[in-house]
Write a protein that binds this ligand. Structure first.
Ligand code: 4AD
Ligand code: MG
Length: 430
């Protein structure tokens, strides 16, 4: 009977056939241990010379890394492996022999691995990171679907900028100019006025010349937008959502977190509510911690965010930033118009900002004024202004960066390992 490594749990004591690849092996005179992978997991296959015969045993000993094969054997419990079972191999049939696979079990440099990303993805660690990513996506759909949100897909090709004009990717749209989406937010605001609560999940592009462990040129963002929700309501959605995602990964990616050596005790603590600190208090905290370089009105850099996050063992919201350093669409605090009703969610353990969100300006006149102040042209945003003309309501939303979230939850240092084929400054290959 044909099955897979993960499904084999249901076939203890039975003989099954699995199609897979040889990821590693070791052997002695009488026994060979094959490390098999099939995409669903990694499993050990034991080949005993006395069972399989001299000729087949020699063939097993000669198998090369990444050779594809069908392996037949009996699934047996094995309490030492994280999987809980292994295979007593009765026979195997090579599909294609792999010669000189470039990624050997020894250490390789980052650039070499990145050049071989199409193959590197097969390794146990990369496999685990992608499974965590997949679980975060699954739990995202689950959370928003069970809370009455409608998934809406904003366009990728746009006629104007959503976040700021300096980081736009330009392209031609026949005779017109077009840009790759930096954020679907403006379209999601239109969608919220049509469907109430909506979320999107899609690729976004930033032509940022940043070469840090947190920046990708192409990254995926989850952008919920909610009508009739104010800033505080939105923070509650955010902490519930992120808690749900972390707890789902803990529940469904036990083997992967173990492979990654992730300290799961830290993740167990990630349950709503999350602490909040105002931008004002964050500046004071930073000064107390000895940061002399920061003054009220300046944006925080990665070291500042890390220093603030250190005070907490959960993600922290930094709220109410100065309007000057935030996007044009954020609603000013009615009591204190120099700050806006916004928050960044900063992950613990130095992973930095994973969410940016705010209540949006719902007043037509104020929105027009903001456009003028930011020197944005009226025509491209005409439709966006109309949302404030026909039944405008208080509304809020946020964007969660998927790769930074994967990096934090999986405990991976650099975002380049959190997306299948990263687009980085100086890297468009493979
Ligand atoms: O803070 P940002 O720029 O917010 C927006 O784009 C809003 N329009 C979202 C909204 O309210 N709908 O980006 C949101 C998140 C950041 O917190 C970060 O996690 C991620 O997107 N992000 C990046 N991730 C990887 N590489 C980059 N260059 C990123 N830029 C932002
Ligand atoms: Mg931001």
């Amino acid at each position: 009977m044909k099955t897979t490594i993960s499904e084999a749990a249901k076939h203890i004591g039975e003989e099954v056939t699995i199609g897979g690849w040889l990821s590693n092996k070791r052997s002695s005179g009488k026994i060979a241990f094959l490390q098999l992978r099939d995409g669903t997991g990694f499993m050990q296959g034991i080949v005993v010379k006395a069972d399989i015969g001299e000729e087949k045993f020699q063939e097993a000993k000669g198998l090369t890394q990444e050779t594809s094969l069908y392996v037949t054997g009996v699934i047996a419990e094995d309490t030492r492996s994280p999987l809980g079972y292994e295979m007593q191999v009765k026979g195997f049939e090579v599909i294609q022999e792999a010669v000189d696979y470039p990624i050997t079990p020894k250490e390789h440099g980052t650039e070499f691995l990145m050049d071989h990303r199409h193959l590197w993805l097969r390794s146990k660690r990369q496999h685990a990171v992608m499974k965590v990513r997949n679980e975060i996506i699954r739990a995202t759909y689950e959370f928003f679907n069970t809370n009455g949100y409608v998934k809406i897909d904003p366009p990728i090709l746009t006629g104007s900028s959503a976040e700021g004009s300096t980081e736009l990717f330009h392209t031609k749209y026949f005779e017109e100019d077009a840009y790759l989406s930096q954020s679907g937010q403006l379209y999601m605001e239109a969608a919220a006025m049509a469907f109430g609560r909506v979320f999107s999940f899609g690729p976004t592009f930033r032509a940022e010349k940043s070469k840090t462990r947190r920046h990708l040129i192409e990254f995926w963002m989850i952008e919920p937008e909610m009508a009739f929700m104010d800033h505080e309501d939105s923070l509650e959605v955010q902490e519930q959502y992120v808690s749900h995602v972390v707890q789902s990964v803990l529940e469904n990616c036990r083997i992967e977190l173990d492979t990654l050596g992730r300290d799961t005790e830290k993740l167990e603590k990630i349950k709503a509510p999350f602490p909040r600190i105002s931008y004002d208090d964050a500046v004071t905290l930073l000064k107390e911690k000895g940061f002399d370089d920061i003054e009220w009105g300046e944006d925080f850099g990665a070291p500042h965010e890390t220093a603030i996050a250190e005070a907490y063992d959960k993600p922290v919201f930094i709220t109410n930033y100065p309007a000057e350093i935030k996007a044009f669409y954020m609603k000013p605090d009615p009591e204190r118009p120099e700050v806006v009703l916004c928050a960044d969610m900063i992950a613990p353990e130095g992973y930095g900002e994973i969410i940016g969100g705010s209540q949006r300006i719902d007043d037509l006149e104020l929105m027009k004024q903001r456009y003028e102040e930011h020197g944005l042209s009226g025509d491209a945003y005409k439709w966006y202004l109309q949302l404030r003309e026909y039944g405008s309501v208080p509304h809020s939303g946020f964007g969660l960066g998927l790769e930074r979230t994967v990096a934090w939850i999986a405990g991976v240092e650099h975002v380049r390992e959190t997306i299948p084929f990263p687009r980085l400054l100086n890297r468009l290959y493979p």
